[in-house]
Design a protein around this ligand. Structure first.
Ligand code: B12
Ligand code: SF4
Length: 454
């Protein structure tokens, strides 16, 4: 049987370049690819890399869907369905919002494919494909999690292929996050450490990006993981929740195991905004302390902010910019608050009549799709675009330079060549290859090596 797996093309934000769309392959699809690559022929197509071949002879199609690409996924499904090829939809948006999605696809996978995909393929072979397949969050064990088929990645097409998911879900359930949807209730599972080490070996790089929601969701497991990472002499980045500083020795052990930078969802410097979205682990009064403890250990910070929360006003942008510059935050990811369908926030905005757009292509955190409380929609949109520009002015890049000289190269590479002059870097990548630039950046930043790949 021939199974085609499709990643639809993403919607770029104004500040994005091809570096974002070609950043990394879909681990979700590579995971489901691995479940059947011994038995069936798998074709993996990423529309961010090249156009979908609608004429190829395939038996069934699987699409991975986040909210912003839902409309495109529906278009793709329609074309295959017109050729009598059934289309199965899975991924975060389908998991969080199955009811609305059902009519567009032949079957839905709600939750982790490890608990749906075997049945879907087997039912299809028997000719009795059902409309829905749903995981049972309570039954998920670490050993059930399947490794992605790293062998299927054409590394030359991506900036980074050295990505690993060590867990599923998050112990926190912030109102705006997909983790607050029904199917993720009670779901947080960390993988077996031996399986993670096997993934690292398969990737064959000394630079690894952990793409979990929260690498410290189960601190005792994290300590075990760090112990296993130490002898491998890796350099790595990960996302953690801000309570990392409350766990004795965690940052020391991370540094000793090769941590280079941590992504942290600070979200807002307004206490009321944080309280309003149940981000219980964030203590705004301790933000400066958190930053200094991380910086003290020579670890860089990628701070994530969300604008448009109910405590925010139009002054929030300048105050946040000042905090970012004063605290020498190395990189920043900003978002306009976006009520992803199926989340607690979405339900709240729906019942209070605050949604102003149901065009999911706009749900990529770069558009205002709800009525903000303490500013106009235009003020929110304008403030978001302005803060992105202001963070990456040459003046503010210089002001934010890390104290430690060791970090200057990765800092400048990201701030100048990814953000400020991203279009130029994208052009160079298109000539000499995305993976070559990714590997070169890692080599000059962290002195790491990676395999050449396909
Ligand atoms: C890595 C990552 C990226 C990467 C690569 C994205 C990619 N296409 O793979 C980059 C940086 C490019 C990116 C970009 C964006 N991202 Co992103 N990203 C992630 C992140 C951190 C990890 C994704 C991952 O690989 N997980 C590990 C894999 C194994 O899990 P999975 O994809 O969920 O797959 C499992 C199941 O969902 C299911 N499954 C998945 N697909 C399918 C398909 C079928 C057929 C079946 C049967 C099952 C199935 O089985 C899989 C195995 O268990 C997630 C957060 C998260 N934890 O998921 C956010 C996340 C997916 N991103 C998100 C967003 C909003 C974006 C952006 C819009 C951000 C922006 N402002 O630009 C863009 C748009 C991306 C796009 N449309 O493709 C949201 C999506 C919210 C939503 N409700 O849809 C998430 C959930 C972050 C969040 N907490 O809000 N992202
Ligand atoms: S801590 Fe982050 S990943 Fe976890 S629920 Fe909150 S926003 Fe989502």
């Amino acid at each position: 049987m021939i199974i085609k797996l499709i990643q639809p093309r993403m919607i770029k934000r104004p500040m994005d370049t091809g570096l974002k769309t070609k950043m990394s392959p879909s681990l979700g699809l590579l995971t489901i690819a691995n479940m059947f690559q011994d038995k069936h022929t798998i074709i993996y197509e990423n529309e961010n890399i090249k156009d979908i071949d609608f004429d190829e002879k395939v038996d069934i199609v699987g699409i991975s869907i986040t909210v912003d690409i839902f409309p495109r996924a529906c278009e793709i499904a329609k074309i295959f369905q017109s050729k009598n090829i059934p289309v199965v939809a899975g991924g975060i948006h389908i998991t969080a919002n199955p009811n609305e999605s059902e009519k567009y696809f032949d079957a839905l996978s709600i939750g982790l494919a490890e608990f749906t995909w075997y049945d879907i393929v087997s039912d299809f072979e028997k000719g009795c494909l059902k409309k829905r397949y749903t995981h049972n969050a309570a039954n998920i064990k670490p050993e059930n999690i399947v490794s992605p088929a790293y062998n299927l990645i054409n590394r030359s097409e991506y900036l980074y292929s050295n990505i690993i998911s060590t867990s599923r879900g998050c112990p926190f359930k912030c109102d705006f996050c997909y983790n607050s949807c029904d199917a993720y209730k009670g779901l947080f599972v960390t993988r077996n450490i031996d399986d993670i080490i096997a993934d690292i070996k398969a990737i064959n790089s000394t630079h690894i990006m952990f793409i979990d929601d929260n690498l410290i969701g189960n601190p005792s497991w994290t300590f075990d993981l760090l112990k296993a990472l130490k002898p491998l002499n890796l350099k790595w980045n990960a996302a953690v929740s801000s309570n990392v500083v409350d766990i004795p020795n965690m940052l020391d052990e991370m540094k000793a195991a090769g941590c280079q930078s941590l992504f942290i969802g600070f979200e807002s410097i307004n206490i009321s905004s944080i309280e309003d979205v149940s981000k219980v682990q964030n203590n705004v009064e301790r933000y400066n302390y958190i930053v200094s403890e991380i910086h003290k250990r020579g670890i860089m910070i990628n701070a994530s902010f969300v604008f448009g929360l109910d405590g925010d006003t139009k002054d929030t942008f300048d105050k946040t910019l000042k905090w970012i510059v004063d605290n020498k935050i190395e990189t920043v990811t900003s978002h306009i608050l976006t009520p992803y369908p199926g989340t607690k926030l979405y339900k709240k905005f729906k019942t209070t009549g605050r949604l102003i757009s149901d065009d999911y292509e706009k749900y990529n955190t770069a558009n205002v799709v709800f009525k903000p409380k303490n500013m106009t929609e235009q003020e929110l949109q304008h403030g978001y675009l302005k803060i992105y520009r202001d963070i990456y002015t040459i003046k503010n890049i210089i002001k934010r330079m890390p104290k430690s000289k060791n970090q200057w190269i990765p800092y400048l590479l990201f701030n100048l060549f990814y953000r400020k002059f991203g279009k130029f870097t994208d052009f160079i990548c298109s000539i000499i290859g995305y993976n070559n630039i990714g590997r070169l950046a890692a080599l000059v930043s962290y002195k790491t090596k990676s395999s050449l790949g396909k």
